[in-house]
Design a protein around this ligand. Structure first.
Ligand SMILES: O=C(O)C1=C[C@@H](OP(=O)(O)O)[C@@H](O)[C@H](O)C1
Ligand SMILES: C=C(OP(=O)(O)O)C(=O)O
Length: 407
């Protein structure tokens, strides 16, 4: 499905309810499989959380997690430590290009039995579940934090817990902190002091009901919309001012882009202000990689220069997000330079009209470019990709007054 977004003069002041964080949801689903005493509220309705639920319920030999990175990584550790279970864990074409060697080698250090079914270092994986024979592991921490969270999530179910030694610079740190916080919420003793993580064994937990905060990465598209709008506000629920999600840094980042965040009991209100920076000089996004596309496109729409750093993980996500951003922004008349971990956007006065944005099977490409409809009419190719994290995205845009037409 392709959609056309017609240029609207402004958005309506509305209140939207955003689905639960997919990162928190997918962690809690693994923890719930290990500790059924957990009840989850406001679970994400994303495809990634649905495939996680389905995989955890399946009894078959082949488990297909499609595009879901967290499901691939978390389930590798989960099935590897599930005694007696044998699975072929596979995913989409892109998933078979997303590296998993660091995690597989860490699990092999623990004595797990995992083989590559295709290319060495990549899914699909043939996993024969067993109880690990060691309680210590070390792994590279600069490729993806998901490998680390995967080990942390199964750690309390191991007979002696787990000590994890992180090698090199640790990337996407807030996601590791999120895992620690959720483990503590269910009563597990867990610590993270820079390069060492220690998680104690927990046989059973007391019944606990946890509410997933709404997804901050999804909120980023509304920050962009408000930044590109003319004097409007949007309210989003349900959010807290002490979030487990690193992407809550949006509130601080978008202050420079003319958006103020007002926290009330269960929601945030994003309000347009007139404090707009001249340029984003050097913004390190190694702690919040998922909002890089949104920020780059907002700056493009505002005609600002920006220089984003810490983007080394973007090349191994749903697509090579650095190349995809460069290609699509340049189609719209912008100029972008990328390296392996940076993106430099030059200021552009004019956004070209009626351009079709390719989405490369990446939900965030579709959602990051949509707010540009506040500048010029735009088309989004394969718009259904949004369901990976935010199935209601197009109907929510419609609610705000965007004219969204299927073409
Ligand atoms: O643990 C998580 O829930 C995630 C960690 C991040 O990945 P990396 O650690 O690979 O950067 C992030 O990009 C992804 O969307 C979700
Ligand atoms: C990178 C992402 O997801 P994953 O790695 O879990 O596929 C994302 O949602 O932007």
């Amino acid at each position: 499905m392709d959609v056309r977004l017609d240029c609207i003069s402004n958005i309506e002041n509305k209140e939207l309810k955003i689905t639960g964080s997919k990162s928190e949801s997918n962690r809690l689903l693994i923890l719930q499989a290990l500790y059924p005493e957990i009840t989850i509220r406001n679970l994400s309705n994303s495809d990634d959380s649905k495939v996680m639920q389905k995989a955890l319920q399946s009894t078959g030999e082949e488990v297909d997690i499609h595009h879901a990175g967290t499901a691939m990584r978390f389930l590798t550790a989960y099935f590897a430590c599930k005694e007696g279970r044998e699975v072929l864990l596979t995913g989409s074409k892109r998933m078979k290009q997303r590296p998993i060697k660091v995690l597989v080698e860490a699990l092999r250090q623990l004595g797990c039995d995992i083989e590559y079914e295709g290319e060495e270092g990549y899914p699909p994986l043939r996993i024969k579940g067993s109880i690990p024979n060691s309680n210590e592991v070390s792994l590279k921490a600069d490729v993806s934090s998901q490998y680390i969270s995967a080990l942390m999530l199964i750690a309390p179910s191991l007979p002696e817990g787990l000590k994890i030694c992180l090698l090199g610079k640790v990337t996407s740190v807030p996601y590791i902190n999120m895992t620690i916080s959720l483990l503590r919420d269910i009563g597990v003793v867990a610590s993270f002091d820079g390069n060492n993580i220690q998680i104690s064994h927990k046989k059973e937990i007391a019944p606990v009901s946890l509410v997933v905060e709404s997804d901050w990465s999804s909120a980023s598209y509304f920050y962009s919309i408000v930044a590109l709008s003319d004097n409007r506000s949007v309210s989003l629920g349900s959010y807290k001012d002490h979030s487990y999600q690193g992407d809550a840094s949006l509130a601080e980042i978008y202050r420079q882009l003319g958006v103020e965040t007002i926290f009330s009991e269960h929601q945030i209100t994003l309000k347009k202000t007139d404090t707009l920076t001249q340029e984003i000089k050097a913004l390190d996004l190694s702690n919040s990689p998922d909002i890089a596309q949104t920020i780059a496109v907002t700056c493009f729409g505002l005609g600002l220069a920006c220089y984003l750093t810490g983007l080394h993980t973007l090349k191994i996500k749903e697509t090579d997000r650095l190349e995809a951003l460069k290609t699509e922004i340049e189609k719209l008349g912008g100029k972008v330079e990328v390296t392996n971990d940076t993106l430099k956007l030059f200021p552009t006065e004019n956004v070209l009209e009626n351009i079709t944005i390719n989405t490369y099977d990446d939900h965030r490409m579709a959602m990051a470019f949509a707010p540009l409809a506040l500048r010029k009419s735009i088309q989004i190719h394969e718009a259904e990709v949004v369901s990976k994290s935010y199935p209601d995205f197009w109907s929510d845009l419609n609610e705000l007054g965007f004219k969204v037409s299927e073409i």
